[in-house]
Design a protein around this ligand. Structure first.
Ligand code: MN
Length: 421
């Protein structure tokens, strides 16, 4: 597919994240208006969907749905409504649209807007579907890259926290917690010394399922509304002490950042790519009928407070994953667990086969044994206070990008004391 031309000039460049081909969904506010509401990114602008609905330019059966600070009401309407909305927006914003003069007053400059969480997160589940990441973590933590015995058969995951999922731009406070050094007799309490990122893609469930009724991989694929970049902030020392035998808890609970725009599954459709060849066959319920991954280029950048420019730490691709979001969603439901609109599924850390493609600092510094150097000469094993971490991602079309917008988080120092008066 080639670039679809829009009458919004800034949407017609090869390097914008938001050409007409994309049309991602977010929530925004401006200083002089009456609250956060739904918007669609187009070039340097945001289309005010609450205004579009108010003036009758967009009318979804079951509306109004856009004058609220979340896209969950649209998700509830289901795939037919999602397709109708995308078709309507594409027609309204296309070059030559007869409605340009009616739509133009409802565009807001993106640089004047504050972006908010694009949807209400029902629940958050995080997976572990990157093979290279799993092998690296085994090598670092257990001295062997051998995968856990279940890994080639199960998309492993844990139930995370929806309450601490935040939108890009939200500062993250270094968490306090309990750790134990290998040679210490007793655990100790204090700020994490091993604060890390995980480069992930988040899949957003649009329509739910029924308690007691599993969904197939094909059904799961149709239930997914869209995707965001996801940074699963991790405190490795807290995690390392707490995680056996029940898995991550406080080491992962303090914050998860997502990019502000939901890139729809429809916008990514032309970029589908297959999961890799299997070393062993999956159990049949996990087989997928159509390619479930996407060719999405990803990058991690780090910028200390005293540096003028960020340093690119890693570049990889979502196609490296072993399990697709649809396979993960199917597996999530297979025992009868009900899934809901607004459920967020983290892909698991995305790491490619070489160091330049690793998606966590744990891997990039090999747990501080091989510190890496930033543009300003600073060395890092993990994150220091004041560091800003950015995830970027896009699918590359012929002369256009389907971009996600940056997923940014800056680290604040830990609290001096844990409890408020
Ligand atoms: Mn993770």
């Amino acid at each position: 597919m080639t670039l679809l031309k829009s009458w919004v000039a800034s949407a017609n460049t090869a390097d914008t994240d938001f050409p007409l081909n994309n049309l991602p969904y977010g929530v925004f506010s401006t200083p002089d208006d009456d609250g956060a509401r739904c918007g669609v990114a187009i070039g340097d602008m945001i289309l005010d969907m609450a205004a579009m609905e108010e003036f009758g330019l967009v009318d979804l059966t079951g509306g109004p749905v856009f004058d609220v600070p979340f896209w969950n009401d649209v998700m509830d309407l289901g795939p037919a409504a999602w397709a109708a909305l995308r078709a309507r927006l594409t027609a309204l914003l296309a070059e030559g649209s007869a409605d340009q003069s009616l739509v133009e007053p409802h565009l807001v400059g993106r640089d004047t807007a504050t972006l908010h969480m694009p949807f209400a997160v029902s629940e958050y589940t995080d997976f572990y579907a990157g093979m290279q990441h799993a092998k690296n973590m085994g090598a670092i933590l257990r001295g062997s890259p051998d995968l856990p015995a279940n890994w080639l058969h199960i998309p492993i995951g844990y139930n995370g926290r929806a309450s601490s999922v935040v939108v890009s731009g939200t500062d993250i406070r270094r968490p306090l917690g309990q750790t134990k050094a290998p040679d210490a007799q007793m655990p100790s309490f204090g700020p994490t010394k091993r604060l890390d990122i995980e480069l992930e893609l988040g899949a957003i469930v649009g329509t739910g399922s029924t308690l007691g009724q599993p969904v197939s991989v094909a059904q799961a694929d149709a239930m997914i509304f869209g995707y965001v970049l996801l940074n699963d902030w991790s405190a490795r020392d807290i995690q390392g002490w707490e995680y056996q035998p029940l898995g991550p808890f406080q080491g992962k609970a303090f914050g998860t950042s997502i990019s502000p725009w939901i890139v729809t599954a429809a916008a990514l459709e032309d970029f589908r790519t297959s999961t890799p060849d299997r070393e062993v066959d999956l159990l049949p319920y996990l087989n997928e009928e159509k390619p479930g991954l996407y060719d999405i280029h990803l990058e991690v950048l780090m910028q200390p407070e005293n540096a003028d420019t960020p340093t690119s730490l890693s570049k990889t691709n979502y196609s490296r994953m072993y399990y697709s979001a649809a396979q993960q969603l199917c597996h999530h439901s297979i025992g009868g667990c009900e899934m809901n609109g607004g459920d967020l599924l983290g892909s698991g850390t995305i790491s490619g086969p070489t160091k330049s493609e690793y998606g966590s600092l744990m891997e990039l510094s090999w747990a501080t044994r091989e510190p890496f150097t930033l543009n300003n000469g600073d060395q890092r094993g993990f994150i220091e206070d004041g560091d800003t971490l950015t995830l970027r991602g896009h699918a590359q079309g012929n002369g256009f990008k389907i971009g996600f917008g940056d997923c940014v988080g800056k680290i604040l120092p830990a609290l001096d004391t844990p409890f408020a008066d």
